[in-house]
Write a new protein. Sequence first.
Length: 632
Amino acid sequence: MVLPAGLEPQQGGRDRDRRRRLRRAHRRRARRPRHQGEAALRAHRAGRGEEGLREGTHPGRHHRRAGPPRRAERVRRAPHRDLLRRPRQGRRGDLRGGARHPRRRRLRLDHGPQLLPAEEARGAEVPRHGDEDLLRGDAVALSLHNTLSGRIEPFEPLEPGKVGVYVCGVTVYDRCHVGHARVFVAFDVLHRWLRARGYQVTFVRNITDVDDRMIERARAEGVSVAALAERNIAEFRRDVAALGCLAPAREPRATEWIEAMIELIRRLEDKRLAYAVGGDVYYAVRGFPDYGKLSKRRLEDMIAGARVEVDERKRDPMDFALWKSVSAASEAAGEPAWPSPWGRGRPGWHIECSAMSTALLGQPFDLHCGGEDLIFPHHENEIAQSEGAAGKPFARGFLHNSFVRINEEKMSKSLGNVFAIRDIAERLPAEALRLFLISTHYRSPMDFSLEAVAESFRALVRLYETLARADARGARGPQAAPAPLPPTPRLEPLVAALDDDLNTARAVAVLFDLVRELNRALDAGDVAAAAALRRDVSAAAAVLGVGERRSEEFLDAERRRALAAAGLAAGEVARCIAERAAARSAKDWKRADELRRGLAAAGIVLEDGAAGTTWRPASWGAEAPARPGPRA
RNA sequence: GGCGGCGUGGCCGAGUGGUUCAGGCAGAGGUCUGCAAAACCUCUUACUCCGGUUCAAUUCCGGACGCCGCCUCCA
């Protein structure tokens, strides 16, 4: 990375040296006797009266005391936290290193062949995030982890200022569960961030409305495949909307693109990459030398360890179906079928995404996204199909999110440990689920529990209460995030976090840093500062897709939920508050406290503010809702 | 067997070759308040283990142990 002259992070040379010397001195004093023998260690502990300390504790712990000043002392010396601090990672030179975590594995930006960040390469036509001051010294552009390379790479769209994104959506044979929610939310953050970054985004998320499972389920329920699809699509739409996901530009359904799929299969036949056996058509993986490049497997390894049933009619065990024949009898029994050059049948699963993504976004397009279980075989096969047919790359980058687990086990329908989004949303706002999902990086596995979502809910309440406070003081800000995001120094850490492979966990931390800052300004009565902070909080929250509802509306809804749970009417609470107000003005504290205690017993907490008394549920979401239990 | 990932404080979860510091939740003390609540301030200093590299390792390298995912429909 090349920095404009004069923009290198400045460090006073002499100052730095002094600090280094001090640090070394601290370090020496705090030196841990790492290689001391057991006897020496015991003697050391005995000398400090620490003989009875925990077994198996690393000796180093006990020597920390001699180390750098404890936090209390340090803070006294430097009481002001610096919100504008530049994340360490963004500093020049610090991009090196860190290969232990794959998330940190990145292209070295600070030397070697010059890799211009995409925006710099594009020049000024694309809105920058801010002036030189805002982003100086940082990795200027968005970087994303690409499964193809296995690395974090600077993102550069094929066409300046425009991005095409395709997300493998859902098969609508059942309601969506929390695992699906993670996909929706993870790539909705991508969608929002690309927009905030000033890109014109074409976001496509498909719906698979025909496949084996749908046929099975429809038969089991005694409904048509189409009816099953309609019902679950409606549910799906409710769920994604509740999760605060932006609407995609296109939402293609497999059944509406059969022609394109047939056309693609014909082209594969022409290239001898597909062969028909009876009414079925298979893809010949041996004909595609790059097969395995995404999942990084060799054909030989796969076959050696394969648990696949060998179909006699396949030329190679790894060949997969492009088109499946449907018999007249099955069709009569309700199995969907379309005419094709190979007879009546339906498309295989992988072909639909190849056909729809390239039809809507072109080939190649920018980003292809989905859950990590789609790496193989789904996305591998899509590559084989699209690249085999067109002889050019399929997609530039592949993004995959990690799983949601329950008790450290994958949440999946085959394991029967699935929580439907709707089950959660009936007990807590779906927005709390969203905050929960983005509080972990999208490529780390996360453990799901209702308690954890309830915890996120309390954090969400903190956000909304702060916004409500600000609004009440006339520091109201815009609800939606403007795109591109305005250049505000305070948002710089947020930009850095999201630019770093969508590090939402860090971004959430920045959001709550700002929340605290805003509360501080409100406490101090600094309306001007509060108004500015309110805007930043809104912008940060909106980029993450939380805090976008009107704060009072959100809090009212939760109050109503609490009242319903307690079996109280709003009028009763209001009457109590009025009676207590009278008692208070008469300085009848005994009566006032009595009334407060009465409401507290019902789970209602009163808050006496400057503008009168308000109430809130005693513990926003503190009681974890009853477990809905795994769905069968 | 092949490929990939993970192990951080009471819990969740970022991050890092030395620096003042993630953040949330929970708990404790304080400020404020008639009493509270909320908010703010402070505290509860952690990186699985064993080696190596280094002046310095939770961070880099090697190994061990434990856990998870994909290779079969799966987000």
